[in-house]
Design a protein around this ligand. Structure first.
Ligand code: CP
Length: 302
């Protein structure tokens, strides 16, 4: 495994997280340079994406690297039955770095075992989305001025939402307090609650997205119900509309509150929230460009 791979947020230390945040700040001030001149980055997306793929590709383009890859596995030889192992080995002949998204949990970890070039996990099933976590941390730091001692409320699909799983693990260094708001069907998995207990992270669990929960929060992190992870469409229909944030619900919220969402949203945040100064999800997505420039340059040892 290439040691510069970034498969799970748990692979990096607190110092490395802070260093990546510093790098992201640098790239926000200097987004264009020739630092990737001569480098080829492959983006292999076996699952759909807008933000992650385009921000990774923009990150490379603005640093003068070159991009190869696919956004639709149907246009690759995967559709002819080529294995993931063979695909990774082939692409490693051409590129200096692979950014990959895959529907199988553990796919990115597996890829690191069949190649010597670094792998960046751009999301593997319901497991991890570490580059999203870096942009989330950067967004929290920018809006709150710190990462420590914040009340963070995670709402929606906490079972399949890989962004909240990565976020939980990253926040262990920063003394957070979490509220988990989800239906019983989409509750935070036991392993992540065990993780919080083992790390001494206090949390509450509720099905009620109440004013009390909202008004104590520094960050509200809304998530989409992940339709693509459901095997039973009836079950999806039953839970998909349970939590929607409306502007009126923010009337008693803290002045420093910011609303985050990894996006895409379906109906978890009503459009009437968009003009509220506490809505931060579009800026959050923009921060992904700088966080990913930081991640790419680290992975390439630059
Ligand atoms: N947040 C996120 O992963 O968005 P995309 O699925 O559009 O990449």
């Amino acid at each position: 495994m290439n040691p510069n791979s970034f498969v799970s947020i748990a692979d990096i230390t607190e110092d490395e997280i802070r260093h990546l945040l510093e790098r992201a700040r640098y790239f926000e001030e200097h987004p264009n340079s020739k630092i990737l001149d001569g480098k080829v980055v492959a983006t292999l997306f076996f699952e759909p994406s807008t933000r992650t793929r385009l921000s990774f590709e923009t990150a490379v383009n603005r640093l003068c690297g070159r991009i190869i890859g696919f956004s639709d596995p149907g246009s690759s030889s995967t559709s002819k039955g080529e294995t993931l192992k063979d695909t990774i080995k082939m692409v490693s002949n051409y590129a200096d770095l692979i950014v990959m998204r895959h529907y199988l949990e553990g796919a990115a970890r597996y890829a690191t075992e069949v190649t010597d070039i670094p792998i960046i996990n751009a999301g593997d099933g319901a497991n991890q989305h570490p580059s999203q976590t870096m942009l989330d941390l950067y967004s929290i730091y920018k809006t709150q001025g710190r990462l420590d001692n914040l009340v963070i409320t995670l709402v929606g699909d906490l079972k399949y939402g890989r962004t909240v799983h990565s976020m939980l693990q990253a926040m262990k260094y920063f003394k957070p307090r979490f509220n988990f708001v989800a239906s019983h069907e989409l509750a935070m998995p036991q392993e992540y609650k065990d993780f919080c207990r083992a790390e001494g992270i206090p949390f509450t669990e509720t099905t009620d997205f109440s004013a009390d929960v909202i008004n104590q929060s520094d960050i509200i992190y809304m998530t989409r119900v992940q339709r693509e992870r459901f095997t039973d469409p009836v079950e999806y229909e039953r839970v998909k509309d349970l939590y929607t944030l409306h502007n009126a619900m923010l009337a008693g919220s803290k002045p420093n509150l910011r609303i985050l969402h990894p996006l895409p949203r379906v109906n978890e945040i009503d459009v009437d929230v968009d003009d509220n100064p506490k809505a931060y999800y579009f800026e959050q997505a923009r921060n992904g460009l700088f966080a990913r420039q930081a991640i790419i340059t680290r992975a390439l040892g630059l």
